[in-house]
Design a protein around this ligand. Structure first.
Ligand code: KG4
Ligand code: ZN
Length: 334
């Protein structure tokens, strides 16, 4: 069978990333230009600034990606692009680049949902086996998704308010850590202990999550301590917060594994890089005797290799679109 090379483009937030992936599983080259150093000055991503940097970076990233692979556009089978969800202005840059390349080089254009990309990052580690349960934990999503086959996504539950990554970033910010605070909070918690009492969010039997109450509890706790002029034990607070936030996703995941008779669990999204979560998932895998998979750290946060991997299966499923495709800031995974 002829090899299929997908060129993936990802620009939904503050990373301009382009990648070439062979047959949905083998990364040939990926180039990612991150804007973290720019946005950290503002404590979070500024959409207008992000789009301007995508414009500046996208052709450079494309050239570097092709050079690194020692390939030209003639070697590419199809172009996969994140059409949503994400920041409208940022998505538009990636989509316009993808449409232009598809038009000039007569290549099929494949729309990829950003979360499908995060899920398929796992296919770069080992082939997905079905039925599987995917725990999606990112800056914008917290969801439990069941898959019976490639591209058959069934949402079992999701967050009713904030996403877990968003909550990590807000809590990190309130204790003075720079954007993006998630990884810094993860590191800080390693020297802390569970000494702060925080409420367990949505402690029920549903597959849903809630993080806004936990976030408010941390904010109130910090303000109260400040008013009393008490010192905040930041590492302890980081540890106590993580224990509750991760504990909540583990509990719901455990429940879904048992009820849905799951044999394979994968984890996706930026928060899948979290060390405490990875340890707890490992334990859960052993306890339930199921296969588990996480992407390596560089495939957890936004990257185009995951978009190209998902694009391969979308291409096989004939999910090719025309040049009228538009971006969607919010769209369900289907
Ligand atoms: O998937 P992603 O790159 O972007 C979205 O699609 O949202 O996820 C970014 C999120 C941020 O909230 C970031 O703080 C969080 O993932 N994150 C972490 C860690 N690494 C990234 N959160 C906790 N621990 C980490 N090690
Ligand atoms: Zn993402």
């Amino acid at each position: 069978m002829k090899d299929i090379y997908i060129l993936g483009i990802e620009s939904s937030c503050d990373e301009t990333s382009i990648s070439i992936v062979k047959n949905g599983c083998e990364e040939i080259s990926t180039v990612t230009s991150s804007q973290i150093d720019i946005h950290k000055n503002y404590g979070g991503v500024v959409p207008e600034i992000a789009s301007r940097h995508h414009i500046k970076n996208i052709t450079i990233v494309l050239e570097e990606c092709l050079d690194k692979a020692n390939m030209s556009m003639d070697d590419i089978t199809a172009i996969a692009v994140t059409y949503g969800p994400g920041l409208i202005g940022s998505l538009l840059i990636g989509l316009t680049a993808a449409k232009t390349l598809a038009f000039i080089h007569h290549k099929p254009l494949i729309p990829v949902h950003h979360i499908a990309g995060h899920i398929y990052a796992n296919n770069l580690v080992k082939p997905l086996t079905f039925p599987l349960l995917c725990l999606v934990v990112s800056g914008g999503h917290t969801e439990l998704i069941k898959m019976e086959d490639h591209y058959k996504f069934k949402k079992l539950g999701g967050t009713l308010d904030d996403a877990i990554g968003e909550c990590y970033d807000k809590v990190a910010r309130i204790i003075g850590l720079e954007y993006p605070g998630g990884p810094k909070l993860d590191k800080l918690s390693k020297t802390g202990q569970d000494t702060y009492h925080l409420p367990i969010p949505l402690n029920d039997d549903s597959y849903n999550f809630s993080f806004s109450g936990l976030k408010s509890a941390v904010i109130n706790l910090v303000h109260n301590e400040e008013q009393r002029q008490n010192e905040i034990r930041k590492a302890d607070l980081a540890y106590s917060f993580q224990k509750v936030a991760v504990g909540s996703v583990i509990k719901k995941t455990h429940h879904a594994i048992q009820k849905e008779k799951i044999k394979s669990l994968i984890v996706a999204g930026g928060v899948a890089a979290n060390n405490y979560l990875r340890d707890e998932i490992e334990k859960l895998g052993k306890e339930e005797n199921i296969e588990i998979c996480f992407p390596p750290i560089n495939y957890c946060t936004d990257n185009a290799a995951m978009i190209a991997a998902a694009g391969y299966f979308a291409y096989k499923d004939k999910r090719v679109t025309d040049l009228y495709l538009n971006v969607k800031s919010n769209d369900k995974l289907a």
